[in-house]
Each structure stands twice: as structure tokens, then as C-alpha cells.
Design a protein around this ligand. Structure first.
Ligand SMILES: NC(=O)c1ccc[n+]([C@@H]2O[C@H](COP(=O)([O-])OP(=O)(O)OC[C@H]3O[C@@H](n4cnc5c(N)ncnc54)[C@H](O)[C@@H]3O)[C@@H](O)[C@H]2O)c1
Ligand SMILES: O=C(O)[C@H]1O[C@H](OP(=O)(O)OP(=O)(O)OC[C@H]2O[C@@H](n3ccc(=O)[nH]c3=O)[C@H](O)[C@@H]2O)[C@H](O)[C@@H](O)[C@@H]1O
Length: 314
């Protein structure tokens, strides 16, 4: 099986590559423009005979021969996707069109990593896949959430019109080792702040919720979806729901009980609550997450300590 992973130098993509490379029958090709990803995440595979890394921007066509495409390329942290919103929407729309064109030409199966942000600021809780969402089409997050919604539309239109085999995963907040230290997402921010001895910045009001999935569970869910018979969309995430204040308290307790928690201004259109209904993933993929937040945070702490050079105190 020859497998293309777009965005494979990023956080989730590099863990997915590790898992796919475990199977000796797989050849893995990564295409990435290194906007938020890094070759460092893939260093153990560079030079491996079953692995290839291409510097490529998915907004340009890619002509290669593959059997499967995991299409992850897209900046995921709000600070990065808002940095150049026109580029973000081009990545979601033109990038997905290009990858669907590739899938059509070579007859490959393609999986899109969509997002829980397609539900916007949800009015239904928890969110099932049947919920159409509550999204601002002209806001500062729209390049990402509307971009992913168009990407999902393109996937289904190619499927209906050209018979392409598609899979859509709606990923909910995922965390783990290899996240960018200054990525700006909440779990990486809090862990880096706790280790640097800086206050944990809880954006107001602090009662907004998220549900955090450990990256190994995520990768397992994505592979099951790709290998299974269902197009999706399927929610993949951990239903354990926490307010941002609860998350800050947990990080404080586990990593640095002396640290201060500081309330700071939030950004526009921040969803107030988010929790996946994972009945479909359980039923169709036989999947559910195994790693609890309290078990996953220390694994991420260990990785951040070694990258920041902050040894554990005894
Ligand atoms: N991590 C999460 O919580 C989460 C949640 C929902 C959805 N997702 C989706 O999962 C995917 C991976 O997210 P992540 O957390 O690993 O993010 P990440 O930023 O670490 O990885 C994204 C990768 O895509 C690459 N990339 C960006 N634009 C590109 C382009 N135009 N051409 C080629 N490569 C490009 C980046 O360099 C990076 O390596 C994204 O599609 C994201 O939208 C992630
Ligand atoms: O799971 C998803 O579908 C989406 O979730 C995230 O978007 P978001 O939930 O806004 O992620 P964060 O930036 O980590 O913010 C989560 C919450 O933490 C808060 N926050 C963030 C950073 C911080 O320092 N402090 C803080 O309280 C934010 O206000 C927000 O309420 C990801 O960044 C998207 O890539 C992904 O598609």
C-alpha cells in the first residue's frame, strides 16, 4: 500500500506516519510546506527506504501514484490559521480540490481531517454528526471553519459525481507530544507556561468547555475510519468535557502547584461548549478513546520538559 499523508510533518500527521510505518507493507509519502510542521517530527524516518518527504504546498497540484491519501494539510491552531486567512481558505478549498483530483486520477481512497469547528458555537450539546452547526460565515475563524465545511462539501460532491472513495473525520481538540511549544492552543500553552513558571492564561470567561483527545487514540480512530466501509462524517474525539478553568487547575495540580492562573481577554467567536457524541464511531468503527486527560497530560509534560530543557524536580 502506498500512502500519501499531507501535513505529515505536523503534530497529528507525524504520529500517524509513525503508526503507518509500523506496517512493513506500507510505503509512506509525506507532502508538507512546513508552515506549522517540522522535519524534526519525522527525523527517525528520513532516509528509510519505505519513506519519502516532499516539500510541497497542497494549493499546487501533486502528480504521484498512491493508493490512499490522508489529507491533513492545514494550519490547525487559531493563531496560525488566522495569521494568513486567505492562505488558510486556499489550503482548505484549493488544497482539497487538488487532493481530490489526485484521488480521482489514480483511484485512491481519500480521508479528510475535518474539525468539530464545523459545528461553530453549537446550540446542541453534545454534538452528533447530524447537527448542521452554528457558524459565522464572515468572522475571523471562518477561513478555517467555513473552509473545512467547503472541504467536506467537495469530498461529497466528488464522491457522488465521480465515485471517489471518501472518508471524513471530524476531529475534536487533540493534544500530545510534539505539539508546537508556542503553538497557541490551550493545552500546549498551559503546559509550557507551567514549566516556564509563567501564569496560566485562561481566556475569559473560563467556563467555556472543550473535550480533549490524546493523540494515540486519534491516530487509531483515523486508521480505523480509513480502513472501514463508512464515508462518515464521523466524530473522533474524547467526550471527557472540561472548562478551561478546570483544565488550568488540573495542569497546576499535576505540573506546578505554585503557578498563578491569570484571566485574559478572549478572541471573537470562541465556541462556548464542545463535546463529541461518539455513538457513531463506537458503532461503525468499534472505536472509543482509552487515554484519560490526567494520564495524557504527564506524557505531554515529559516531551515538553525535554524540549524546553526543564528537568523534573524530585
Ligand atoms: N489538533 C487538533 O486538535 C485538531 C482538531 C480538529 C482538526 N484538526 C485537523 O487535523 C489536521 C492536523 O492538525 P495538527 O493539529 O496536526 O496541526 P499542525 O499545524 O501541527 O499540522 C498541520 C500540517 O499541515 C502543514 N500545512 C499547512 N498548510 C499546508 C499547505 N498549504 N500545504 C502543505 N502542507 C501544509 C503544516 O506545515 C503542518 O505540518 C488539520 O487538518 C487540522 O485542521 C486538528
Ligand atoms: O478541535 C477542533 O475542532 C478545533 O479545536 C481547536 O480550536 P480551539 O478549540 O479554539 O482551540 P484552542 O486554541 O486550544 O482553544 C481552546 C479554548 O481554550 C481557550 N484558551 C486558549 C489558549 C489559552 O492560552 N488560554 C485559553 O483559555 C480558548 O479561549 C478556547 O476557549 C484547534 O485549534 C483547531 O485546529 C481544531 O480544529
Amino acid at each position: 500500500m502506498r500512502i500519501l499523508v499531507t501535513g505529515g510533518a505536523g503534530f497529528i500527521g507525524s504520529h500517524l506516519v509513525d503508526k503507518l510505518m509500523e506496517n512493513e507493507k506500507n510505503e509512506v509519502i509525506v507532502a508538507d510546506n512546513y508552515f506549522t510542521g517540522s522535519k524534526d517530527n519525522l527525523k527517525k524516518w528520513i532516509g528509510h527506504p519505505r519513506f519519502e518527504l516532499i516539500r510541497h504546498d497542497v494549493t499546487e497540484p501533486l502528480l504521484i501514484e498512491v493508493d490512499q491519501i490522508y489529507h491533513l494539510a492545514c494550519p490547525a491552531s487559531p493563531i496560525f490559521y488566522k495569521y494568513n486567512p486567505v492562505k488558510t481558505i486556499k489550503t482548505n478549498v484549493i488544497g482539497t480540490l487538488n487532493m481530490l483530483g489526485l484521488a480521482k486520477r489514480v483511484g485512491a481512497r481519500i480521508l479528510l481531517t475535518s474539525t468539530s469547528e464545523v459545528y461553530g458555537d453549537p446550540l446542541i450539546h453534545p454534538q452528533p454528526e447530524t447537527y448542521w452547526g452554528n457558524v459565522n460565515p464572515i468572522g475571523v475563524r471562518s477561513c478555517y471553519d467555513e473552509g473545512k465545511r467547503v472541504a467536506e462539501t467537495l469530498m461529497f460532491d466528488y464522491h457522488r459525481q465521480h465515485g471517489i472513495q471518501i472518508r471524513i473525520a471530524r476531529i475534536f481538540n487533540t493534544y500530545g507530544p510534539r505539539m508546537n511549544i508556542d503553538d497557541g492552543r490551550v493545552v500546549s500553552n498551559f503546559i509550557a507556561q507551567a514549566l516556564r513558571g509563567e501564569p496560566l492564561t485562561v481566556q475569559k470567561p473560563g467556563t467555556q468547555t472543550r473535550s480533549f483527545c490524546y493523540v494515540s487514540d486519534m491516530v487509531d480512530g483515523l486508521i480505523r475510519l480509513m480502513e472501514g466501509e463508512n464515508t462518515g462524517p464521523v466524530n473522533i474525539g474524547n467526550p471527557g468535557e472540561f472548562t478551561m478553568l478546570e483544565l488550568a487547575e488540573t495542569v497546576k495540580e499535576l505540573i506546578n502547584p505554585e503557578i498563578e492562573i491569570k484571566m485574559v481577554e478572549n478572541t471573537p467567536d470562541d465556541p462556548r461548549q464542545r463535546k463529541p457524541d461518539i455513538s457513531k464511531a463506537k458503532e461503525l468503527l468499534g472505536w472509543e478513546p482509552k487515554v484519560k486527560l490526567r494520564d495524557g497530560l504527564p506524557l505531554m509534560e515529559e516531551d515538553f520538559r525535554s524540549r524546553l530543557g526543564v528537568p523534573k524536580r524530585n
